[in-house]
Design a protein. Structure first.
Length: 162
């Protein structure tokens, strides 16, 4: 039979190692998160890419332009495009705690992906002001961002030369 103090020492060592591993993981998580200054620009992983721009929308009373709504599995997010002015409107259609978002894809130009996020909560509308080339194909998706690496988006419509 082993000495009781030896068993206690081994158990203490295992607990110490686990605590050290958890502390190291917490430090990695803290330092891997973007700073508050970066949070505006980098709320989703795509935002770090060269040909992508991301904005948190400015809260507005309502939309202008062509609109469509994503299905319930995609947060009932409403997205509207005001073609003259290159505005994107996003309404959070579900009180699920996730931020509604829209994605506009462009065939041509220096920027090919534009993310517009609504952080004002259920029922609110936001507007993002982008600038895209009118020529070529454009696509619109709506949904929500689950976390930095996960989004749930649904293709809504395509348009050309507008």
């Amino acid at each position: 039979m082993k000495n009781p103090s030896e068993r206690l020492r081994r158990k203490f060592n295992r607990v110490t190692v686990r605590i050290a591993m958890l502390a190291a993981a917490a430090l990695v998580a803290v330092f891997a998160m973007p700073s508050s200054a970066m949070a505006e620009e980098y709320y989703f992983q795509d935002c770090e890419l060269e040909r992508v721009t991301c904005q948190f929308g400015v809260e507005v009373a309502g939309p202008i332009g062509q609109c469509m709504t994503a299905n319930a599995a995609h947060g009932k997010t409403q997205v509207c495009i005001q073609y003259d002015g290159d505005y994107v409107y996003v309404r959070d259609g579900d009180a699920d705690g996730y931020g509604a978002a829209a994605l506009v894809l462009s065939e041509f130009g220096d920027i090919n992906m534009r993310w517009c996020a609504n952080r004002h909560g259920y029922g609110s509308w936001v507007r993002c002001n982008f600038n895209w080339r009118e020529d070529g194909d454009h696509g619109v998706a709506g949904g929500y961002i689950v976390q930095y690496y996960v989004e749930e988006m649904m293709q809504l419509w395509w348009w050309s030369n507008n």
